[in-house]
Design a protein around this ligand. Sequence first.
Ligand code: PEP
Ligand code: MN
Length: 334
Amino acid sequence: MLIVLKKGTTEEEMNTLLEMTGIFGLEVQKFQSDDITVLSLIGDTRKIDTDLLESLDMVECVKRVRESYDGCSRRRHPEDTVIDVSGVRIGGGSFAVMAGPCSIESYEQLLSTAKEVKNAGASVLRGGAFKPRTSPYAFQGLGDEGIRILLDVKKETGLPVITEIMSLKYLDLYSDVDIIQVGARNMQNFELLKELGKSDKTILLKRGFSNTLDELLMSAEYIVSGGNSNIILCERGIRTISTHTRNTLDLASVPALHEMTHFPVIVDPSHGCGVARYVTPLSLSAVACGADGLMLEVHDNPSLALSDGAQAITGAEFALLCEKICKIRSAIGN
Ligand code: PEP
Ligand code: MN
């Protein structure tokens, strides 16, 4: 970490600062010229509050050289991490499509959608059992019954499954779930992240709709620091001034995250735009941007879906999209 001091800072002021940094057992090197003094702090600076340092009168600016998300950082781990979920590889050039309904509504509904998406090329089945809904009066999901249906359909089709966790009190229900999803609303539920850090399950961590990429990676760091490095990150759109879509799908986050971290990055265009008609173009754009996979909401009859029907594509549309994905992937050399 580098601290640039304002011109005119006295030795006495500097000593107060050195006392502060000394608490953390850091080595300090001083570089001084006529008009600038720079302190270089060497050691583990992760506990240092840069905002506090910057608030001091004598400090011009502070620059972290090493990221606080050490376990996630590309600098520390230059090779891509490849996640293997029951034989499905994601990252490092392996691409996976996760698809299925927003909510699990019944065994028949999930099984028929699962068969359709599997035939079209999906390698992971998605389906929500515990649903984070804005209104308490909206369909909340089938809960534990939904997880049972998901596991039955997994057995029937052989597809690995992903579903969202909302509360640690249901963690035991997820023992046969292949990927646990932490949704946008829980991206900064640190107690949940700490507990998932103790498990060896693959965690799909979605970006919160008002969170920066640094914050997303700090959340992933909670899981890594607990000992679990099976992480997939997911861009699912953020809140902006735009009103023509439900969220603004930030596709630039894909190459940016690939620079910042070694973990695979997938894109969820369904929540990213909220409009079924836009899902295909945005999916193809995400592939062209280098995404390691897609998460798509598919429903056999979107107009009757119990949640997120407006953004669901049909099985037939999904099959067409999968063909186009293959073309884009081969066009960009994959
Ligand atoms: C979902 O995947 O169904 C979901 C609720 O996603 P998000 O957390 O991105 O809103
Ligand atoms: Mn949904």
